[in-house]
Each structure stands twice: as C-alpha cells, then as structure tokens.
Write a protein that binds this ligand. Sequence first.
Ligand code: ATP
Ligand code: MG
Length: 259
Amino acid sequence: RKRCIRISTGSKQLDACLNGGFQTMSISEVYGEFRCGKTQLAHTMSVIAQLPIEMGGAEGKVAYIDTEGTFRPERIMEIAERFGGEVPRFPFPFPGANATVVDPDQACENIAYARAQNSEMQTELLEGLASNFTTNEFRLLVIDSVMSLYRTDYSGRGELSERQQALGAFLRRATQMAEEFNLVVLMTNQVQSDPGASALFAGADGRKPVGGHVLAHASTTRLLLRKGRGEERVAKIVDSPDCPEREATYIITTGGIND
Ligand code: ATP
Ligand code: MG
C-alpha cells in the first residue's frame, strides 16, 4: 500500500497549517488574484519536491504543465541555491536516499516541463505523462493554471456545460494519477472578477475561484491566497480533509516562498 507523503511549501507557518505541506494522492488547489504568489509557490515546490524527506521534500521528480508561459528555469536555479544545491541526481535508491550535492542545473533537469497552448493539449500532455509516472520517480505534478485555457477555449455563451464536461474528464484523470502514482497534484486557479458572484461564496475576501462545482469537488485541499500588508501574503485554508480553516502569512523571496 502506498504511503501518503507531504511536500513542504517553503513557509514553515503555512506548512504548520497544512500538517507539513501538500499531500500526495489528491488534488490541491491554490487560487487568488494576480501576483499573490501562485506561480512562485509552484516553482518553490518544484524544487522542494526533489529534496530529501527530512527537508520537507519527497525525493522525486516533477512534471510541470504551464498554460500561461510563466515557468522560469532561472527561478528554479535561484530557489535551488537556497537549499544549498542539495538536489539529488536521478535515478537514486529510495526511500531515504542521501542527497547528492549537485549544481542547480540538476534541479531543472529533474523537472519535465511542457507548455500547453489549448485545453485539448492540456489533457493530451497529462495523458502523455502517464508513461513517465510509471517509473515511480515523480512525486509532484504542477498545473499552472488549471482553468485559463478552458476559459479561453469555451468562452462563448452556451458553452459552459461543454466546458465543465471537458474539465471534469481532465480532473478525473488527474485524480486517478495522483492516487495511482502517489503524486501531489498542485493546481493554480484564478478568481472571478465579477464581484456580484462573490456574494454566493463564503471564502475570505469574497473571492470565488473559477471552475464551478466540478473543480470544487475535485480539489481535496483548497487554499485562497491574497495580498497582505506590504510584501506580506496571506494563505487561507478554505477546504481540507484534515486541517481546520486557518490563515498563514508568507513572503516571496529570491529563494521562493518563505516565512
Ligand atoms: P498570476 O495570477 O498573474 O499568475 P501569481 O499568483 O502566479 O499571479 P506570481 O507570479 O507567483 O503571482 O507572483 C508574482 C510576485 O512574485 C510579484 O509580486 C513579484 O514581485 C514576486 N517575485 C517574483 N520573483 C521574485 C524574486 N526573485 N524575488 C522576490 N519576489 C519575486
Ligand atoms: Mg501565475
């Protein structure tokens, strides 16, 4: 039987709220307005996932589906520097393998990166990863962001139910993969810009994630990110199977998400 693993977010405060970090075998979703750090969190976790278990990592490779073209290898290298370049080279024996000190370039090589141009391609890329995942080396799958291409591809009136159907198929497959391959599936998501819609939603800030019930039901853990005072950012746990609704503050640094 597979054992659930948690991957640290880079912020001790946020990790504490999440009982150690985001867990494998289900979908985790972070949503919030622009510049609140969703993509930076995805980059930070792409490095941490590779680290030894004792460092909050999962000693695993990372798959990254980028729908907005905001992935930056230079950021991965900067974040890897923060952890002393202690990124293991693959393949290596695990669990409990000793980290080998390597160049931050290795941190990038451990990330299977793909840019999706439309929602159909997003699904195809996910399916294509299944063969990579059978090697059992991967522990994190990032989708940044889950809804943007669906929103562009199904923007017409009357296309919503079609969109939700396609989205549902994508999310079912992602959930299956999370369970089968023991992956943290980290999805970023946008918030609705229509303030009227927020009245229907109980979340802090009155902000509602896009994706409707289909995405709400697929996400096991949901976090709302928002800007705080000055450089501070705030994460609120909105939905979790094992953590109470709590808030944590974090900052974005050269070394990624931190306290
Ligand atoms: P969007 O909805 O537009 O995709 P996002 O939530 O993904 O937004 P990010 O791109 O993760 O936002 O975060 C952008 C923020 O990260 C900016 O405020 C920027 O100043 C900060 N940032 C980016 N790189 C660094 C860095 N090297 N050091 C410190 N802060 C940084
Ligand atoms: Mg982003």
